[in-house]
Design a protein around this ligand. Structure first.
Ligand code: PMP
Length: 422
């Protein structure tokens, strides 16, 4: 076994020291199975954090589909192959009416970049509305609209960042908070129009994950959609974190919050770790873009990716992972609310389905150090979680959807203990 110290030294000399590592003393994993990861020391950890291995680490159905297709044929989309069409039919069947065309990519960033490109072409405008603490990817366009991660690029002049309210941190009524936020959105739209950018699109994660899962007023999503459309813009829902049944109630986060998008971007869980992503949209939008652009992406939509994507959907159905997220999520939410009542420093229990959080505050001020200690305390109990939000004061519990009824008590007991300890 390579020691952590030796590996970190080699890592710094090759990929550099800037790629962040979790934990004061990082973990070195050598294998995974289901919702468990094995460390180099041989110790097992329960994965309460990672959403990419959606149907489980090293899932047998996915690995078999990948290996069999890779051993048979892998080719790009300039040749006919049934697999990508058949996968597309299955994927699109999970969307509501009007979202019935798909373009493939290899990462969430590529999907968001393409969605913005489409919106800019269709509207002739360049103005973008995002949230004031969000992350959507790695390209220049996306770095210039990133507000939720440190980047060298300042916000681009054609971007306005909307402050997303959190009712758990606001004394006012829901109606007052909603009116204020929509007023700020009106001002942002007006300022983009005045500056001559117009409105190309809004780009939001329906659950505001990076933002720290704020409890937003009912009607916020609908209000955003109505205003952006009225200004001539398209609505993009970034489902990289919120999609594939994560909410338990709906396959797609935009459905859970009533967001009605023109373009939906998918990533992370889509290939269970195999790099694949997509933009889902309507026939009209695809025609308007496709008739003017020859779009070809070498690796995207290849038969191996299609086989993997299909296996993910099959596994979700076979194991009923979405309804499991609903039932286990409900148990977990109840437990988190109890913890919030028991501990003064927990401001609120957060989340939906199997996307859970606890917001820590002391005397009304965010308490990131407390959140950090709980994350480390969970690690000491061999459970992986993390934290999010502007202040990094919100615990982020977002396990593979393959999380089972037998594993949930392990996570919740560890959390109860870790909270009692701090
Ligand atoms: N959108 C959201 C909401 C994300 O969380 C991420 C990744 N953290 C991305 C987009 C970018 O995806 P990728 O890293 O696959 O490019």
């Amino acid at each position: 076994m390579t020691t952590n110290a030796a590996l970190i030294a080699r890592r710094n000399r090759t990929i550099g020291p800037y790629s962040p590592l979790f934990y004061d003393e990082p973990l070195q994993f050598v294998s995974g199975s289901g919702v468990w990861l094995t460390e180099a020391s041989g110790q097992r950890f329960l994965d309460g954090y990672n959403n990419v291995p959606h149907v489980g680490h090293a899932n047998e159905r996915v690995v078999r589909a990948l290996a069999e297709q890779a051993a048979t044929l892998n080719i790009h989309t300039r040749y006919l192959n049934e697999r990508v069409v058949s996968y597309s039919e299955q994927l699109l069947a999970t969307f509501g009416a009007g979202l019935d065309r798909v373009l493939y990519g290899n990462s969430g960033s590529e999907a968001n970049e393409l969605a913005i490109r489409i919106a800019r072409q269709l509207t002739g405008a360049t103005g973008m509305i995002v949230s004031d603490y969000s992350y959507h990817g790695t390209t220049i366009t996306l770095a210039e609209l990133t507000t939720g991660l440190r980047t060298r690029e300042p916000l681009a002049p054609n971007v306005r960042a909307l402050r997303i309210p959190d009712l758990d941190r606001d004394e006012r009524t829901e109606a007052e908070v909603l009116a204020e936020t929509l007023g700020e959105l009106d001002a942002a739209i007006g300022s983009l129009q005045e500056a001559g950018f117009g409105i190309a699109a809004s780009l939001f994660d329906p659950l505001f994950s990076t933002e720290g899962m704020p409890r937003v007023p009912a009607g916020l999503a609908a209000g955003i959609v109505q205003r952006v459309r009225a200004a001539g813009g398209l609505v993009i829902a970034d489902e990289v974190q919120s999609g594939f049944g994560r909410t338990g109630s709906h396959m797609w986060g935009h459905e859970a919050v009533g967001m009605d998008p023109d373009l939906v971007t998918l990533g992370k869980p889509m290939g269970n770790g195999h790099p694949m992503s997509a933009v889902v949209t309507s026939e009209a939008v695809l025609d308007a873009f496709g008739s003017r652009n020859e779009f070809f992406n070498t690796f995207a939509g290849n038969p191996v990716s299609a086989a993997v994507g299909e296996a993910v959907l099959q596994e979700m159905a076979a194991e009923q992972l979405m309804s499991r997220a609903a039932s286990l999520g409900a148990v977990a939410q109840t437990h988190l609310r109890e913890l919030a009542e028991r501990h003064d420093f927990v401001r609120a229990a957060k989340g939906t389905g199997m996307f859970l959080g606890l917001d820590f505050a002391i005397d009304g001020a965010p308490a990131p150090q407390l959140a950090k200690r709980v994350v480390e305390g969970m690690k000491a109990r061999h459970v992986l979680i993390s934290r999010i939000g502007r202040d990094e004061s919100v615990l982020k519990v977002r396990p593979p959807l393959a999380f089972g009824a037998s594993e949930l008590p392990i996570l919740l007991d560890a959390l109860t203990e870790a909270l009692s300890e701090v």
